[in-house]
Design a binder for this molecule. Sequence first.
Ligand code: ARG
Length: 576
Amino acid sequence: MADPQEVLAQRVSAAVTAAFGAGQAAADPLIRASQFADFQANVALPLAKSLGMPPRQVAEQIAAHLDVAGICDSVEISGPGFLNLALAADWIAGQASGLLADERLGAAPADRGVKVVVDYSGPNVAKELHVGHLRATAVGDAVVRILEFLGQTVIRAAHLGDWGTPFGMLIEHMLDVGEEAAHAELATGDFTAFYQAARAQFDAGEGFADRARRRVATLQAGDPESLRLWQVLVNASMEYLRMIYRRLDITLTDADMDPESFYNPMLAEVCAELEDAGIAVISDGALCAFPPGFTGRDGKPVPLMLRKSDGGYGYATTDAAAIRYRLIDLKAARLIYVVGSEQAQHLQMVFAVARQAGWLTYQASAEHAAIGLVTGKDGKRLKTRTGEQVKLITLIDEAVERARRVIADRYDDPAQRAQIAEAVGIGALKYGDLSVARESSYTFDYDRMLALTGNTGPYLQYATARIRSIFRRAALDPDAADGPIKVTESAERALALGLLGFGRSVQLAAQTAEPHLLAGFLFDTASAFTAFYEACPVLKAEDPGARQSRLALCALTLRVLVTGLGLLGVPVPERM
Ligand code: ARG
């Protein structure tokens, strides 16, 4: 086991048991990174309370029983009773050498085989994806990659919005412009104009609005011609989504689109089940659930509308059916909804109803991995100058174009230039979403995300390219680099110790569905590498042993960065 925190936790726990008996064995050793040593164990403080002893005395007893021979250089008691633990350089070096031979870089499989549904991206038919969707897509896809890396069974679900009242108006508009023309227009992703034109007609004339309303009714009744026309809209949107996902290297496929319409046959049954159980009741002609704990500003319970008074089903009905399907039919043990934070109440209500209905039991969990707002420089939701939703494809093209100007133009070969620009632009865009806590809002800023310094995609990509160039200059293959890693300089020590934390950061990111924890780790790693590279000559190291060790440290850093960026879904160009 390479993770120092885990190793120290086990040793301190054993010392607690040895000193105070098995009754105290469950106490969390509270290992934390420390300013004064590498780590500190804080367990003596809570333990002192339960034992009724002075904390320093508790700490002394733990220290007296602590066996960290070969692991720590020193154990000191400081302050009210903290145990400061300084690792031995040889131990760090030995563990780092071990990682070099470990395919998984210390990230042991976790909750292997557990089935997880990740609901993410959340696209809608005939609607433009916007930056919010981009963020939910990038974060969700990283979560999926991380869970799969740990050996879990992941079901991707994009919950494609392909059903509902707008489809009447969209189909009628499509008939007006002609099917083929409509398909061609939509497959480019130019939905906004199409949607707005349909909307304008709907608002303008009674004739069109009537047609649209009739169309919804026939569509929902299963009329074959209406379904065929609807399918044209769905197909065109799918073409666009496939193009976007491919370009962004998102792992969603057609089979993962999990459309809302898939649940249509289940909706009546779900409503009946909830009504029979007394969880849903008729209120003003509509069928609503009022899960406890959700009240509006007026103090009245908030309804989750399952069937409108006209008999139609909506977004909430589909989500109720989806959660039942995922828990009961798919038997998933963990549901992660990577969805905008503005839908928090809706999702919490869906979860609450699922609990009331007995679908969601203690054996499973449902989480809203909330996504915060992406704002413009004015602090408001990102918009174009004319106040429209910014098109995703425009953002991608612009990021790639800027990456070409800033970075890739140094390369003469046009193919290479294009390849690097694409990887850097898209990497910057995705990493921008992945490097901040997913729930906090952030300001969209090309200059910042494309910067070569700071916690950015290009900075991390550049660190990998730099390491590759060291190996190219030495005509060596980084995959063949061989230890042992030795740790003498403090910059070597810091880098090697940092690398040992890879597994922990992947695990933490998986548990919390927070890819930024992994991103932050990678940034720390790249920074530690930069400091190491400035302080320690690699190819010019005088001692051959030091040269070999430093090359091995470079190779290990490269593998950690490339593996980590791969888990985030950030492309890594070979050169930069
Ligand atoms: N299509 C929805 C939207 O654009 C997001 C879907 C989220 N997933 C869910 N199960 N409700 O807002």
